[in-house]
Write a protein that binds this ligand. Structure first.
Ligand code: ADP
Ligand code: ZN
Length: 730
């Protein structure tokens, strides 16, 4: 293009979007498209992809067809476009199943009248016969395929309809194609070009490196506690926490809330009003943290998200990269912490079992990549960028856990030579796990089925196990000594560089993987808990309890039970707020009896100059199983206990167990409506007074003995004991 055209391109940018300069590759990309050439854009999220097709659509005659996978995103895009572009309305429209017949008619009229410059369609709508007929009549400037990774089964959100785009374009009428994506491994990239029939397209790849993001993987031990600690140390900062299940999302959001963190849940199972309300609160900074399934974040653009935490390890590195990419879009701090446990990987593998075999195979490969990333001690940034086909050259990125806390390196020249030999011995036709098995001399059924246990090289590296060899192979991949074949994904090939290495081996430093397995979750959790009880404080607290009991004329166990006092003698709560985190202490109990206890503890802590546990106290949510919620609601509605029991298929004593556990965890229940039916007033009073004045402890047997077994049933006693605890304790 000539100089005058160059000037006008920036003028268009200014005129329509108000920006002074293009971002990254935008200008060359747009020129390429304006010149009528097929174009492939790989740009990380936030790079400014949309403008690459929006601007040319405004310049070129005709209508651009934008194929986009999400109806919700389409509407946002169209709205944003209308806001941006300071010309008349009607410049962008969308066509999808959410529109009424009349609305569709209106859109079609606008398009035919050539007012529409951009028409967004879902692939399903594009392939509908009537739409094809309609689109045949119009002048199409170009086709834009957004989120183009959806074409590949190897992407993380494969959409089969995306596969049919090329034939449909042929039917409607040819025009240049621009495909755009924010995540594409070399394999996915190849699939996109091939499937869209644009193998000759000019490829514009921006660097995927996000220098301001800090990557970190932690063993999944006490993850909830770690998360709360992190958030509390970063109050006021916005963050997103991803979990894989809806249940976990709700549970974690609630746990954060009871620990005083402004957090809300977000997942696809919630009704859409609540969902968008929660999203808005996050955007408006009324809450700091959103706990979400992956459904959250698409199409939202909050620039100052300061941390993204993966409570569960994601199913693919594509997903991980996209989700972590939502941190620090403004170029400021962005901390990415993932909690990893191999158990989670196994769980994910199990979930896949019902799926078609081909899909399972792909899913397993993607999981392997995630595992490799998590367990590797190589620079996280280097691993990630390598995965997306980019060679990151720096020795130490300075902003990932493996670079800031490097593992010791050792000379690996001989190992690398051995691995190269084995890959060549199996004619470069096998994947990494198979090669690692041969190296370590494991005659697995897979190895035997190819008779590879009979090879000379079988057990060539038997001094090390297959896990070690897996790590070696991954580091060879990252160093481009070997590569994974693109067409048959995963088969290891020796590169030119690898052959050279084999001829003239040179120094090659290696690190071993992290060993997360030896960190036993249960052990770690237990050792964190068995902190010592301060016996001196415990006896002071017991004395205080006795005093208060006397003053109030109540049995001591109503005030606080032993486990609560013991927990206080471990945690040293010095405020009512902290007291609420103690086992068995609810809001009501803390308010009613707590003051004197925290005052005594505070004085004790000051006098003895006690350093309180730096480990924060995490309050867990009352175990509100569906059953408990049902019981609480039914009692509120004064439904007879017999009916509740039979509705839930429980024996009465089982129901009473549940009710007792509800009351013990601090919830007040009013059973009067039921007790009045089964016991007369006099009997009620007698049992109540017994607990209030005589009882040594809360035992039912003792009560029956004192009150007479012919007068009362066990059930009577338990009902009255519930009433007593509920009224006096909570
Ligand atoms: P992507 O689709 O690649 O995630 P977007 O197209 O949503 O990115 O653009 C990200 C942000 O960058 C948007 O807020 C957009 O308005 C802005 N943007 C795009 N191009 C420019 C530009 N040339 N100058 C300034 N801001 C831009
Ligand atoms: Zn690094």
């Amino acid at each position: 293009m000539n100089v005058s055209a160059e000037i006008s391109l920036s003028e268009y940018l200014k005129k329509y979007f108000g920006f002074d300069t293009f971002k990254g590759n935008q200008e060359v990309i747009i020129r390429n498209l304006l010149d009528g050439r097929d174009t492939f854009v790989l740009m990380p999220t936030g790079g400014g992809k949309s403008l690459c097709y929006q601007l040319p659509s405004l310049i070129l005659p005709g209508t651009a067809i934008v194929i986009s996978p999400l109806i919700a995103l389409m509407k946002n895009q169209v709205d944003a476009m209308r806001n941006f572009v300071s010309t008349e309305d009607g410049i962008a429209h969308f066509l999808n199943s959410s529109l009424s017949k009349a609305a569709i008619q209106q859109v079609k009229e606008d398009v035919l009248a050539q007012r529409t410059k951009l028409l967004y369609v879902a692939p399903e709508s594009l392939t509908r016969e009537d739409n094809v007929e309609f689109l045949k009549q119009i002048n199409i400037s170009f086709y834009a395929v957004d989120e183009a990774h959806c074409i590949s089964e190897w992407g993380h959100d494969f959409r089969p309809e995306y596969r049919r785009i090329r034939p449909i374009i042929e039917k409607i009428g040819r025009a240049p194609v621009i495909a755009l994506t924010a995540t594409a491994t070399p394999k996915v990239q190849h699939d996109i070009l091939k499937n869209l029939g644009i193998l000759d397209a000019n490829v514009f790849k921006s660097s995927f490196n996000r220098p301001n993001l800090y990557y970190e993987v932690r063993p999944k031990v006490n993850a909830t506690r770690e998360i709360i600690k992190y958030i509390k140390a970063n109050t006021g900062k916005s963050g997103i926490i991803y979990c894989l299940s809806r249940k976990k999302v709700e549970e974690l959001a609630e746990t954060l809330q009871v620990n005083g963190i402004k957090a809300l849940p977000y997942h696809a199972g919630m009704d859409s009003a609540t969902r968008s309300e929660n999203q808005d609160k996050f955007l408006m900074e009324e809450v700091d943290v959103i706990v979400a399934t992956i459904a959250f974040g698409m199409g939202i653009d909050k620039p100052d998200v300061r941390f993204v935490i993966h409570y569960d390890i994601p199913k693919s590195l594509e997903g991980y990269y996209q989700e972590t990419g939502r941190a620090g879009r403004d170029g400021g701090e962005g901390r990415c912490i993932a909690f990893y446990s191999y158990k989670d990987i196994q769980k994910l593998e199990k979930f896949m079992q019902g799926k078609p075999v081909a899909e399972q195979e792909i899913g397993k490969q993607l999981l392997l990549e995630t595992t490799a990333y998590a367990e590797s001690a190589v620079c996280r940034r280097k691993m990630l960028l390598h995965y997306f086909g980019e060679d990151y050259q720096e020795e130490n990125c300075g902003t990932c856990d493996n670079c800031t806390h490097p593992k010791k390196q050792f000379e690996g020249k001989d190992y690398v030579v051995k691995a190269l030999k084995v890959i060549l011995a199996v004619n470069e036709k096998f994947k990494a796990d198979h090669v690692a098995n041969i190296l370590s001399g494991r005659a697995t059924s897979g190895v035997k089925s190819y008779r590879h246990h009979l090879l000379d090289v079988f057990g060539l590296g038997k001094e090390k196990d297959e896990k070690f060899w897996g790590a070696v192979l991954r580091q060879m991949l990252v160093a481009y000594l070997i590569e994974k074949e693109i067409e048959n994904y995963g088969l290891l090939k020796v590169t030119k560089k690898g052959h050279e290495f084999l001829e003239h081996p040179s120094s090659f430093m290696l690190v071993e993987d992290h060993d997360y397995e030896s960190i036993d979750e249960d052990n770690a959790a237990a050792s964190g808990k068995t902190a010592a009880v301060d016996d001196e404080l415990l006896s002071i607290l017991k004395d205080l309890r006795r005093d208060i009991a006397r003053r109030k004329n109540l049995p001591p166990f109503v005030i606080f039970q032993d486990p609560s006092l013991e927990d206080m003698a471990i945690q040293y709560p010095v405020s009512l707020e902290e007291l609420k985190n103690i086992t068995g202490v609810g809001q009501g109990k803390a308010m009613r009896y707590g003051r004197e206890f925290v005052d005594v503890i505070k004085k004790y802590v000051e006098e003895k100059e006690i350093i309180r546990p730096s480990e924060m106290v995490v309050k867990s949510i009352v175990n509100k199983s569906g059953l408990k919620v049902y019981i609480i609601q039914s009692i509120d509605r004064k439904i007879s206990l017999d009916d509740i029991a039979s509705a839930k298929n429980l024996e009465m004593n089982e129901l009473l167990n549940e009710i007792e556990s509800i009351v013990h965890s601090g919830t007040r229940l009013n059973l009067d409506y039921y007790i009045d039916e089964v016991m007369d007033e006099e009997h009620q009073e007698e049992v109540f007074d017994y607990f209030r004045e005589e009882a040594e402890d809360e035992s039912v047997e003792a009560a029956l003995e004192a009150l007479g077994e012919d007068e009362y049933t066990e059930e009577d006693i338990r009902l009255m004991r519930i009433k007593f605890f509920s009224e006096m304790g909570n």
